[in-house]
Design a protein around this ligand. Structure first.
Ligand code: SF4
Length: 649
C-alpha cells in the first residue's frame, strides 16, 4: 500500500488498526513454531533443579550405559552411570547461557566499535576497521582455538573466544548502517540544534541501529551455541564433570556403536535447539524489517492478485469507443485483520491521444489506481477485488501473466516520479534503453542501439551518442527524467502512465519536461494518464481531469471547465490551495483536517467532515457519481453548480 495511504490511517501511529507485532509474528508459522519449541525447552531447563531428577554429576557404575526407558532412567545412562535426562537438561541450560552471553558480549563490543567507526569516519574509522580486518583475516575456528589455547580450557574462556571471533561480524554490520545514517537530514538537524557528538550518537543514531543489532543477534545466537558446543566437543569448553551439550556429545562418541543413544540424544537436542532459535530469529528479522512489517511476511508476487469472483461492472455504452475503459476498479490491502480499501470503485475512460489528469491529495488512491491497471500493486498485501480494466475489449485483470508482460513496456508504459530510483545505477542509460527496446522487439544490438540514439534525440538530449555511455548518476535530474521518458516511448505505447513525473524537478525543468511530454503525446498519438497533485501542471497538459478523494473519483470533467467552475467542494478547496503569482492579496484556503482512513471510511460522503457545505443528508447512504452536463460528473448531493445537476443513477 502506498505509504501515504497508510499514513492517512489513524492506526498507523500505533492505534488499534494495525495488527500487533505479536500477531504479525504468529502469522509466520515457522517462526511461531520455533518460538513454541524454544519456550518449551526454556521452561524445562529452568525447572530442571526442581524436577525429581538425580544430580547430573552423580555416578552409578553399576548402571552404566542403560538404554532409554530403563527403570529410573527415562533417557538411559552414560558410561559413568549418570542420568542422561538430568545431564541433558542441565547441559542445555549451560549451553544456552553460554551462547546467549557470548552473543551479548559480541553484540555490545562489536556494535560499539561499528558505531564509533561509522560516526567518526576518517582516521578512527580506518584504525578500527583495519583491526577488525586483521581479526577476520584469521581462519575463524583456528582463531577461537588459539584464544582458548592461550587462556586455557574452560567454559568461560570458550565463551570469550566465541565472543571475540564474532565481534567483527557485528562491527562490520553496524558500521555500514551507521555510515548510511550519519549523512541523513535528521542527523544534520540534530547538529544544527546544538547537540554534541555523544548525544547525537545515543539519541539519533543508536535508536536507528538497534533493530539491526537485534536482528543480527537473533540470527547469530544459534550459531554461537553451535560454536560453543564445538569447543566443548574438542575438550576445550566445559570440563568434567560439568555437562554441556558439546561435552556430552564428545563423551558419547566413544560409545557410538555400543550405546549410540549417549551421543544421539545431545546431538538431537543441539539440532532442535539451534533450528528453533534460527526459525525464531528469521521471524524476528522479518518483523523488524520495515519493508515487511507493514503486514505481509511473504514476498510480493510478480502481478497483483485478482479475486476470481470479483464483481464486474457492465460495459457502459459511451465507453465502447474508449482506448482504456476502467469500471468499478477496487483494490484492497489486507494488513492482519484490517482491510484498507485504497481504491474503492473507480470508473474512467481514456480515449486515444487524450491526456487525463488524476488529481488528489497524497493517499487519495491515484497511484494505486494506476498501478492496479497493470497488476503492479504488491501482493500480498494488495489485491484487486472488483471491477474490470478493458483495453480494446480485453480485460487486463483476466489476461495471462505472459500477455501482461507483453503489455507492460509495450502497449503500456510508465514514467515514475524519481528517475534516480527508476534507472539501474550500475548500467549505462544506453544499455537500459537498448534493453527496453529488445524486450519487445526482435532487433539486434546495433539496430536497437541506433533506435536508442534516435529516442535520445527525440527527448532532446544533447550529444545523444555520448550520453548513451553515461551512468544515471552522471546526469542531471531533468536529463534523467528525459531518459525515463525515452525508455517509456521505446516501443510506441498506446497508453503512457505518468505518475508525478515532474514533482522531483525544479520549475524550469518541470516546464521543459511537460512541454516535451505534450509534444511527444501528439507526435506518437499516445494517450496519457497523468497523475499529479498540482493543478498548475494539470492546466498545462491535461484535456480532462478526474479528482480523487479517499479512493474514489469525486469529480470529472474537461480541464478548463473544471478549473474555472468546480462543482465538488473538495475540488474548489484544492484549487483555492494553489498560490497565484502576482495575487498577494489572495487568501490561500487550506483544507482543514485530514482525509479519512481508508480502512474506516465513514458512511455517506467521505469528505463530509471537512466540507463547509455538509448537511445531515451527506452522512447517509452511498453518494453516487452523477451527471452534470454532457462531459461532467460529480459525487456530491449539493454540488456548487447544483442547478445544472441531472441525476442519472
Ligand atoms: S455530499 Fe455533502 S459533504 Fe459531501 S461534498 Fe457534497 S455537500 Fe459536501
Amino acid at each position: 500500500m502506498s505509504q501515504a495511504a497508510l499514513a492517512t490511517s489513524p492506526s498507523s501511529g500505533g492505534g488499534s488498526g494495525r495488527p500487533s507485532p505479536w500477531r504479525l509474528f504468529a502469522a509466520n508459522r515457522l517462526a511461531a513454531g520455533g518460538l513454541i519449541v524454544l519456550a518449551a525447552i526454556a521452561v524445562l531447563v529452568l525447572l530442571a533443579p526442581l524436577l525429581p531428577l538425580p544430580s547430573p554429576d552423580a555416578t552409578e557404575p553399576a548402571n552404566r550405559l542403560l538404554r532409554p526407558m530403563s527403570d529410573g532412567y527415562l533417557l538411559g545412562s552414560d558410561q559413568l552411570g549418570r542420568d542422561i535426562l538430568s545431564r541433558l537438561l542441565h547441559g542445555t541450560r549451560t549451553s544456552i547461557a553460554v551462547g546467549l552471553s557470548a552473543t551479548l558480549v559480541a553484540a555490545v563490543i562489536g556494535s560499539l566499535l561499528g558505531l564509533v567507526a561509522g560516526y567518526a569516519g576518517g582516521r578512527s574509522d580506518n584504525l578500527i576497521m583495519r583491526g577488525i580486518d586483521m581479526l577476520m583475516a584469521f581462519p575463524y575456528i583456528l582463531l577461537a582455538l588459539a584464544i582458548v589455547a592461550a587462556l586455557g580450557p574452560g567454559l568461560m574462556n570458550a565463551l570469550l573466544a566465541i565472543a571475540v571471533v564474532n565481534i567483527p561480524f557485528f562491527a562490520r554490520n553496524i558500521r555500514g548502517v551507521t555510515v548510511g545514517l550519519v549523512h541523513r537530514e535528521f542527523v544534520d538537524a540534530a547538529r544544527l540544534s546544538g547537540k554534541g557528538d555523544l548525544s547525537i550518537l545515543l539519541t539519533e543514531v543508536l535508536p536507528n541501529v538497534l533493530p539491526v543489532v537485534v536482528i543480527t543477534m537473533a540470527t547469530t545466537v544459534g550459531w554461537m551455541i553451535l560454536e560453543t558446543a564445538g569447543l566443548s566437543f574438542l575438550g576445550l569448553g566445559a570440563q568434567p564433570p560439568q555437562a554441556d551439550l558439546g561435552s556430552m556429545l564428545g563423551e558419547g562418541r566413544r560409545q557410538l556403536f555400543t550405546a549410540p543413544h549417549v551421543s544421539i540424544i545431545p546431538g538431537l537436542m543441539i539440532f532442535v535447539l539451534v533450528m528453533s532459535i534460527n526459525l525464531m530469529g528469521d521471524g524476528v528479522r522479518d518483523l523488524l524489517d520495515p519493508r515487511l512489517k507493514s503486514g505481509a511476511l511473504g514476498r510480493p508476487s510478480a502481478r497483483t492478485d485478482v479475486a476470481s469472483d470479483r464483481a464486474k461492472a457492465a460495459t457502459a455504452q459511451e465507453a465502447a469507443t474508449a482506448l482504456l475503459d476502467v469500471d468499478g476498479l477496487t483494490t484492497e490491502f489486507r494488513v492482519g485483520s484490517e482491510v484498507y480499501r485504497a481504491v474503492g470503485g473507480v470508473d474512467f475512460e481514456l480515449k486515444a491521444e487524450e491526456c487525463l489528469g488524476l488529481v488528489g491529495e497524497s493517499g487519495s488512491g491515484k497511484s494505486v489506481t494506476a498501478m492496479s491497471l497493470l497488476g503492479l500493486v504488491p501482493s500480498p498485501p494488495g489485491r484487486v477485488v472488483g471491477g474490470r480494466v478493458a483495453h480494446r475489449g480485453e480485460d487486463l485483470l483476466d489476461v495471462s501473466y505472459d500477455r501482461l508482460r507483453q503489455l507492460r513496456g509495450g502497449s503500456f508504459a510508465c514514467v515514475f516520479q524519481d528517475p534516480l530510483s527508476t534507472l539501474h545505477p550500475l548500467y549505462t542509460v544506453g544499455d537500459q534503453i537498448v534493453e527496453a527496446i529488445r524486450a519487445h522487439q526482435a532487433l539486434g544490438y546495433r539496430a536497437a542501439h541506433a533506435k536508442a540514439v534516435e529516442l535520445l534525440k527525440l527527448v532532446q538530449i544533447p550529444g545523444p551518442e555520448r550520453r548513451m555511455e553515461a551512468y544515471p548518476h552522471e546526469l542531471s535530474g531533468g536529463m534523467r527524467q528525459r531518459i525515463c521518458i525515452a525508455m517509456a516511448l521505446a516501443n510506441d505505447p498506446e497508453v503512457l502512465i505518468a505518475d508525478e513525473p515532474t514533482t522531483a524537478l525544479d520549475v524550469t525543468v518541470q516546464a521543459q519536461v511537460l512541454r516535451l511530454l505534450n509534444r511527444l503525446r501528439m507526435d506518437k498519438q499516445a494517450a496519457v494518464l497523468f497523475i499529479t497533485h498540482d493543478f498548475g501542471v494539470v492546466s498545462e497538459i491535461c484535456d480532462r481531469v478526474a479528482v480523487m478523494y479517499a479512493g474514489r473519483i469525486v469529480e470529472v470533467g474537461p480541464t478548463e471547465e473544471l478549473l474555472t467552475r468546480p462543482a465538488h467542494p473538495y475540488t474548489r478547496k484544492l484549487i483555492d490551495c494553489v498560490p497565484v503569482l502576482g495575487e498577494r492579496e489572495r487568501r490561500l484556503d487550506a483544507i482543514p483536517g485530514l482525509p479519512p482512513a481508508v480502512n474506516r471510511l465513514p458512511e455517506g460522503c467521505a469528505f463530509a467532515d471537512r466540507c463547509p457545505q455538509a448537511r445531515p443528508d451527506c452522512r447517509r447512504g452511498n453518494i453516487t457519481l452523477d451527471r452534470l452536463g454532457d462531459e461532467r460528473s460529480v459525487r456530491c448531493l449539493f454540488p456548487l453548480l447544483s442547478s445544472e445537476k441531472q441525476r442519472v443513477s
